[in-house]
Design a protein around this ligand. Structure first.
Ligand code: NDP
Ligand SMILES: O=C(O)C1=N[C@H](C(=O)O)C[C@H](O)C1
Length: 233
């Protein structure tokens, strides 16, 4: 595949390594203010910044180029991206987290939340820890985890950043040097605590998942998620 990397930062560079190992070619490496001809590519992979993601995605879809986006913090425009993809009969995948491990963790989180729905003495909270350059908080992954709990647990109808309220899931966002991404779900009662945790050791899992998703998407039309790609859940 000829791949356009829209965002050539930490993730763009890791994706490049894995894509080359898997026999693909990188035809575009675009950062801020770079001009590029998207029609050179078979597929675009956007790992940029929150304020640029929707523009990158819509530019690709407008030119009939399938697009994968892993950028977080732009989801207010997600429905517009879906509408454009449908209008163009294009192909699009967004995932807050492309790693196989986190997608298994998403399933564990939903199953645990279903079980906890009948055990109201436990109060849930989510903690995420990321590197200090991260622009958005909470992480996209923490938002997915919170929304998945809300969809099956009748005590919760929203989430709140760094704040504890009755019917909102508290998400604590911490920033520490060089942490690729750690997410913990805590269920706390007066008697005990149950937690599940995912720790990324590096960015390889995110990047491999994005390349696998791009390989899977090529030749398809529609709006998909990593559940479709990995056939889990
Ligand atoms: N879904 C997932 O699995 C994962 C998602 N992420 C997300 O991916 C995004 C990128 O992360 P990361 O690589 O660590 O961040 P970096 O800051 O290392 O890279 C972001 C890159 O985007 C570039 N950029 C800025 N504006 C544009 C633009 N208009 N078009 C294209 N590129 C642009 C920046 O270039 P410049 O320096 O010129 O501004 C920079 O090189 C984040 O939103 C992060 O949360 C990260 C890991 C996994
Ligand atoms: O910015 C990051 O680094 C990461 N961002 C994603 C998120 O916001 O969930 C995924 C991963 O945790 C790394």
């Amino acid at each position: 595949m000829r791949i356009a990397l829209l965002g050539y930062g930490k993730m763009g560079k890791t994706i490049e390594q894995i894509a080359l190992q898997r026999g693909h070619t990188i035809v575009i490496k675009a950062n801020h203010n770079d001009n590029y001809d998207i029609t050179q590519a078979d597929i675009a992979i956007d790992f940029s910044i929150p304020s640029a993601a929707f523009k990158n995605i819509s530019h690709s879809l407008t030119h009939n180029i399938p697009v994968i986006s892993g950028t977080t913090g732009w989801l207010k425009d997600y429905d517009k991206a879906v509408a454009l993809c449908e209008a163009k009969n294009g192909a699009f995948i967004y995932a807050s987290n492309f790693s196989l491990g986190v997608n298994i963790f998403f399933e564990l989180n939903t199953n645990l939340a279903k079980m906890m729905n009948t055990l109201k003495q436990y109060k849930v909270s989510i903690e995420e820890i990321h590197h200090t350059q991260k622009l958005d908080a909470p992480s996209g992954t923490a938002i997915t985890l919170a929304n998945d709990i809300i969809s099956v647990h009748s005590n919760y109808n929203s989430w709140q950043l760094n704040k504890e309220t009755d019917n909102a899931i508290q998400i604590l966002a911490k920033r520490e040097e060089d942490v690729p991404g750690t997410h913990t779900i805590n269920y706390n009662s007066d008697i005990d605590t149950i937690n599940i945790k995912h720790v990324a050791h590096n960015r390889q899992g995110f990047a491999l998942g994005a390349v696998v998703a791009a390989e899977w998407l090529l030749g398809k039309t529609g709006i998909f998620t990593m559940k479709d790609v990995l056939n889990i859940g």
